[in-house]
Design a protein around this ligand. Structure first.
Ligand code: PLP
Length: 372
């Protein structure tokens, strides 16, 4: 990916909006990347909007669509979402709520999954316009959400697919989303590039004012080298999804084996919050350790060389328990004593076993000091 970035940046360093020959060359490479992303996402090239991050893409997709619907309908659409959404989606929804848009967040089960029936019931309520913002998979527990099979025309479906792409087999229900968001750094592209796939026939009010780049959805100079690296990363992530799932699931399983070995006959020693095997993201574990001081857990893991988190990366560093775990019914102390472990490649059983052994060393130390 880095090679693709460097090659295109060297070859086409000009501004793709410039009319001179180097500019036109940069533009050609940018559009080549856009075409490739469009064919991988089964959409028209004009629907591919390159952004700087999935946070930006989600903000544009949610705010731009909701405000346009409100303007055209003369009343704000009902906002329907879940309490499992990433702050990149929940925060713009809350902004809209402050502007007077009614917001309903659907409750979660203990794995952070919403009920398909609750979603169907919320969508069926009346004939009002609706903006549905629902993630494909959850970043903290790995729960896969029940995406709608069909959405009525009065529903604008915005899907944050950041965590599912390259980890789960492509889901044809993603085609029902008018707005679909992917993040480059989750699939091996450099940081600083993401995509909003935005259906052309849907209303959109600009959120950022500027030149007319990218249909006015995301004005600002585009980065052909980042776009090319994104296209390359997406092609590989989709082609290697099965291998990713197999390798990371083996690692996750091996880590759990180590923990079971440590806790032995005490099944209440730790709690698994991710969905049962095969029903969530293959690479994601979410584990709680009753009796452990949550504040000590992350630094102790870090000292053992374990790069794990206790909530979404954006909010880690704060001692607040994960809002997603709280919304899944967990008490604050246990939520603080919880870890989100996600494996990337290269993975496999040996990687999981090694990570499990390190985690066991951490836990043994923390339990010992707790009993002192
Ligand atoms: N949505 C989900 C589900 C995520 O996990 C993340 C990042 O972790 C984001 C959105 C935000 O992505 P970005 O870091 O590209 O802004």
């Amino acid at each position: 990916m880095l090679e693709t970035f460097v090659r295109v940046e060297r070859e086409a360093g000009a501004n793709p909006a410039a009319l001179h020959r180097p500019g036109r060359h940069a533009q050609a490479l940018l559009e080549q990347a856009r075409d490739e992303v469009a064919s991988l996402l089964h959409c028209d090239s004009r629907e591919v909007v390159f952004c700087g991050s999935a946070t930006e893409a989600n903000n544009l997709g949610v705010l731009g669509a909701a405000r346009a619907i409100a303007r055209l309908e003369g009343r704000p659409p009902r906002l329907i979402s879940s309490r499992a959404e990433h702050p990149a989606v929940l925060s713009p929804l809350r902004l809209l709520q402050q502007e007077g848009f009614p917001l309903r967040t659907l409750p979660l089960d203990r794995h952070a999954r919403i009920e398909a029936e609750a979603l169907a019931e919320a969508l069926a309520e009346d004939e009002d316009p609706v903006l549905l913002a629902l993630q494909w998979a959850n970043n903290e527990t790995g729960a896969i959400q029940p995406l709608p099979e069909r959405v009525p025309g009065r529903v604008h479906f915005h899907c944050d697919a950041v965590q599912g792409i390259g980890k789960l087999p492509w889901d044809p229900r993603l085609a029902t989303a008018a707005g679909l968001v992917l993040s480059g750094h989750k699939i091996g592209a450099p940081k600083g590039i993401a995509v909003l796939r935005l259906a052309e026939d849907r209303p959109f009010d600009p959120v950022i004012a500027g030149g007319g780049h990218q249909r006015g959805v995301r004005p600002g100079t585009e980065a052909p080298a980042l776009a090319a690296a994104f296209a390359h990363a997406l092609r590989l992530a989709l082609a290697e999804q099965e291998a990713f799932a197999a390798e990371t699931a083996a690692a996750a399983g091996a880590l759990l084996e180590e923990l079971r070995g440590f806790f032995g006959s005490d099944p209440s020693g730790f709690q698994e919050n991710q969905p049962p095997l095969g029903q969530g993201l293959p690479n994601t574990l979410n584990l709680s350790f009753p009796g452990i001081d949550g504040r000590a857990l992350l630094p102790a893991c870090d000292a053992e060389g374990l790069a794990v988190a206790s909530g979404s990366a954006c909010s880690s560093g704060s001692s607040q328990p994960s809002p997603v775990l709280l919304a899944s019914g967990m008490d604050a102390n246990l939520a603080r004593a919880s870890l989100r472990i996600s494996f990337g490649r290269p993975a496999g059983a040996a990687v999981g076993t090694e990570a499990g052994r390190r985690l066991v060393r951490v836990l043994a130390r923390l339990y010992k000091s707790a009993n002192r």
